[in-house]
Design a protein around this ligand. Structure first.
Ligand code: BGC
Length: 625
């Protein structure tokens, strides 16, 4: 872990050219939309569902098309109270002028068939009162839910599918058909920990969201390392993942201070579960040993090589053994979440041309077949949940990468025995540092007539943070054919960015670069930097149902475990020396030739890095109490 290739590993100049073309194409899309709306009979219904707390809100809107098929739509509504503001929207291009809010469709959700629906949303602020808008217009026509003539009335079967009732599901999530959206957030709190709305299902049931209503497993290995640090007890009981980073880890623990094997952890999880009372227990296990692992970087190269029969060994000595243990009936009441192969499939989207090891991973089919094999074996166990790694916004957030990634995920899933159902969800930001939410600007912010997309930092990406990216990715995956039960996870273990360098408000600069650089909480030198980032802090603590479409914020990368050594260190784990972990390195085309931003004095990946742990605590956001 973890390379952060920029889009297609092309030079900045080329990419700017490519993206400029995409912008032009979007312009013509808008023209098509207008033409369509002029001839189509528009009829629509919009559901507006807000979770609010003092001064803030998170709103989910579902647009239902009851009229002719639309190829492009613009939603408009007006806030009743002048204090109400959108601060960050997703799944659409959001803008606000006075109290009037306009949202235009993204490329992937612009087509709405008759009876079709799409979900969008935003986070916002208010003061005084926060009434819901009452009039919503699609392409200028008020949405009163009545099909217009001469457009065909949707037949009952074409109309939105039955509503999800909050009590029908232990972990309701946003659904195009769900109205009003069964959001779980108690409206009084900005950071709800979701509680199930009905009594917990019987232990061992495969639930929609394994984090909902559950307690997280505390990994004694990591907990001991954390406790050994001054101040570490403040976090030592937080649930972090167990990494199976080599075959030997199954029996005797992963790199560094870790000595517990998989059975040790599952036995301990059963004990923690018993001590816990009635709440189910969720344990997270990272599956991370594909042949040619970490093919675009060196710091987490693994033990298996494709050229040395690595795929067969991966199946028989690694996945089969793990699945055999997890299937033991002793563990059937646990909720076992597996995080599947960080960085692997995203490398096939962006790094095949630039890295021989990735090329081999693709041409041999080893990554795809390895992931499919893992999904087949793990999904077959009822109480195991599969979350496939989907990199992060600064890897996949450009058009050139986003839809190809969605297509590959779909291809991988449909090649498994259970098809799209073999994947419970996807995880973003694993072991990375991207902010969950940039609070002071969104992708729709403009400065002096220039979009933040034009800034060097954003660099024409369509996302500025992980939450907007993950929700958009989820929607695109559902649109592609994944079930609407799909849930997203965000690894927030090291993306807090608190401390003295954290901005306290939006910049007042009229220069778009200065504005973004002074406003962003992600203080990395470049969004492509990924190794032991200086200045980072622990992020949001793990919790279920933090926002629509998200199953949980999770801590997958155990804070304090290194991403890679800052100088060459001999090791018997197959790990190389990646200069992105060397603070003296001036970078390469993948990070815009910027310094690596890595901390000095780092050990080999997975090994304990006390100075980093201390800094992560110091810069935690929300701060540690
Ligand atoms: C390392 C693994 C380690 C994991 C969690 C990865 O970067 O390669 O050995 O288990 O991080 O710290």
């Amino acid at each position: 872990m973890r390379s952060t290739p920029r889009p297609g590993a092309v030079s900045s100049t080329v990419r700017r050219g490519l993206v400029a073309a995409a912008v032009l194409a979007l312009g013509s899309t808008a023209a098509v939309a207008t033409a369509t709306s002029a001839s189509a009979a528009v009829s629509c219904k919009v559901n507006y569902s807000a979770s609010e707390w003092q001064g803030g809100m998170s709103v989910n809107l579902t647009i239902q098309n009851l009229g002719d098929a639309l190829n492009g739509w613009t939603l408009a509504f007006t806030f009743p109270n002048s204090s109400q503001k959108v601060s960050q929207g997703w799944s659409g291009n959001w803008s606000q002028s006075g109290s009037n809010v306009t949202v235009t469709a993204m490329d992937w959700n612009k087509s709405l068939s008759t009876g079709g629906s799409t979900s969008i949303g935003f986070n916002g602020t208010w003061s005084g009162s926060n009434p819901a808008p009452t009039d919503f217009k699609i392409n200028g026509v008020s949405c009163n839910g009545t099909p217009q003539s001469p457009s065909p009335s949707p037949s009952p079967s074409a109309s939105p599918s039955p509503r999800v009732s909050p009590s029908a599901s232990p972990s309701p999530r946003v659904s195009p058909s769900a109205s009003p959206s069964p959001r779980v957030s108690p409206s009084a709190s900005p950071s709800p920990s979701a509680s199930p709305s009905s009594s917990p299902p019987p232990p061992g049931t495969h639930v929609d969201n394994p984090y909902s209503g559950a307690t997280g497993y505390v990994n004694p290995d990591w907990s001991a390392s954390a406790k050994s640090e001054p101040g570490g007890s403040r976090v030592a009981n937080i649930s972090t993942a167990v990494w199976l980073d080599r075959i030997a880890a199954i029996s005797s623990g992963s790199a560094g201070n870790n000595s517990m094997g998989l059975r040790d952890h599952l036995d301990e999880a059963v004990a923690q579960d018993a001590a816990n009372g009635s709440a189910p227990l969720t344990i997270q296990v990272v599956i991370y040993d594909l042949p040619n692992r970490d093919c675009s970087a060196l710091a987490s190269n693994g033990e298996l090589k494709i050229a040395q029969n690595g795929l067969a060994r991966y199946k028989s000595e690694y996945i089969d053994v793990i699945a055999g243990i997890m299937a033991d009936s002793k563990y059937s009441n646990l909720r076992i979440v597996t995080v599947i192969e960080p960085d692997s499939l995203p490398n096939l989207i962006t790094n095949v041309n630039a890295f021989q090891a990735c090329q081999e991973a693709q041409s041999s089919g080893a990554y795809v077949q390895g992931v499919q094999y893992a999904l087949n074996k793990l999904h077959a166990i009822k109480n195991v949940y599969t979350y496939v790694d989907a990199a992060h916004h600064a890897w996949l957030g450009w058009d050139t990468n986003f839809q190809p990634m969605v297509n590959l995920f779909y291809q991988v899933a449909t090649g498994t025995t259970a098809g799209v159902n073999s994947i419970d969800g996807f995880i973003v930001n694993t072991a990375n540092f991207g902010a969950t939410v940039e609070p002071y600007f969104t992708i729709n912010t403009s400065v002096n007539g220039q979009s933040v997309r034009q800034s060097h930092w954003v660099d024409w990406n369509w996302y500025v943070d992980e939450q907007s990216f993950s929700v958009a990715l989820r929607n695109a995956l559902v649109a592609k054919g994944f079930p609407n039960t799909l849930g997203m996870l965000i690894d927030t273990s090291r993306n807090g960015w608190g401390g003295s360098a954290r901005p306290s408000g939006a910049s007042t600069s009229t220069n778009v670069d200065t504005f973004v650089n002074e406003s962003r909480v992600d203080r990395r030198i470049h969004a492509g930097n990924w190794c032991n980032q200086s200045g980072a802090g622990m992020g949001e603590r793990p919790r279920a149902n933090p926002a629509a479409g998200l199953d949980a914020y999770v801590w997958i990368k155990p804070p304090g475990e290194s991403d890679g050594s800052s100088s060459a260190i001999d090791n018997d784990e197959g790990k190389g020396f990646d200069r992105m972990c060397d603070p003296t390195y001036g970078g390469n085309s993948l990070n815009g030739n910027n310094p690596s931003g890595a901390l000095a004095g780092a050990p080999v990946s997975g090994h304990w890095f006390s100075a980093q742990f201390q800094q992560l605590m110091q810069n935690a956001y929300p701060p540690l109490s």
